[in-house]
Design a binder for this molecule. Structure first.
Ligand code: ADP
Ligand code: MG
Length: 245
């Protein structure tokens, strides 16, 4: 579904992403891990159009989408959440998701379809799938940090993506919230047929759920493979023990 080939991006000569390679098959749950500063967020920004690459390719369903604007990438079927929470704090939980559902519907509903009712049903079903239905009427800004992060996932789902990209979905969460969110991600992948790519700096968090793991270090891809292969890789061990954080 997604192939990233020798992607590069520098900031004033500093190579933040320096030859990243990544492969995501349809239906897979793939994690990108690497110490803080490894280039994970920059990689995601290059895939989803927040940044334009200096070189390399981002091929999504056979088409090179590198350099497209974020809204164009979203239309192609990729939605994302951000490491730092990015919601409308004064709107309710329901309204935040409905905004995304409406923007998606505009291209798929006809003039005569009962668009509003459909949007309400879809918004409610998304909120139910992430466990936020009982907080639908709450002002988003009043939610716990963990619930705000989950709300962002729900907003991304409102775009009906084929590929969902999550940048550190558990950042700042308590251990309990982290495991609940990992379970949620696993459930979304298995029950909704979604392809999910997420990144994380805590290596232990991902081994339990990711089917394949890509390890980044200093902007480069060290390896992509299954959990056992990655865990036993010498370069991965050095990257985590020898530097970063
Ligand atoms: P990660 O998400 O893996 O922690 P980032 O992709 O955020 O890493 O950052 C990778 C490196 O690129 C870091 O050294 C960071 O300081 C640098 N960097 C990221 N964005 C910018 C930017 N807009 N301008 C300059 N340097 C940046
Ligand atoms: Mg980051």
């Amino acid at each position: 579904m997604l192939q990233v080939e020798t992607l590069r991006k520098s900031f004033d000569g500093f190579k933040a992403v320096d030859g990243a390679n990544l492969n995501v098959e349809k239906g897979e749950l793939v994690a990108v891990i690497g110490p803080n500063g490894a280039g994970k967020t920059t990689l995601f920004n290059l895939i989803t159009g927040q940044l334009k690459p200096d070189g390399g390719r981002v091929v999504f369903k056979g088409e090179d989408i590198a350099g497209l604007a974020p809204y164009q990438v979203c239309k192609k079927g990729i939605a994302r959440s951000f490491q730092v929470v990015n919601i409308f704090p004064r709107l309710t939980v329901f309204e935040n998701v409905q905004v995304a559902v409406f923007s998606q519907q505009r291209k798929s509903t006809t003039l005569f379809s009962p668009a509003r009712k459909m949007a309400t049903n879809e918004t409610n079903s998304i909120l139910e799938s992430v466990g936020l239905l009982d907080k639908a009427g709450d002002t988003s800004g009043s939610l716990s940090h963990g619930d705000q992060k989950v709300l962002e996932i729900a907003m991304a789902l409102g775009n009906r993506p084929e590929l969902l990209i999550l940048d550190e979905p558990t950042a700042g969460m308590s251990p309990e919230e982290t495991s609940a969110t990992m379970e949620l991600i696993k459930r979304l992948a298995s029950t909704q047929g979604l392809t999910i790519l997420f990144c994380e700096h805590d290596i232990e968090v991902v081994f339990s759920i990711a089917q394949r793991i890509m390890v980044m270090h200093q902007g480069r891809t060290i390896i992509q493979g299954g959990p056992d292969e990655v865990r036993s890789n010498k370069e991965v061990q050095d990257a985590y023990l020898g530097g970063g954080e």
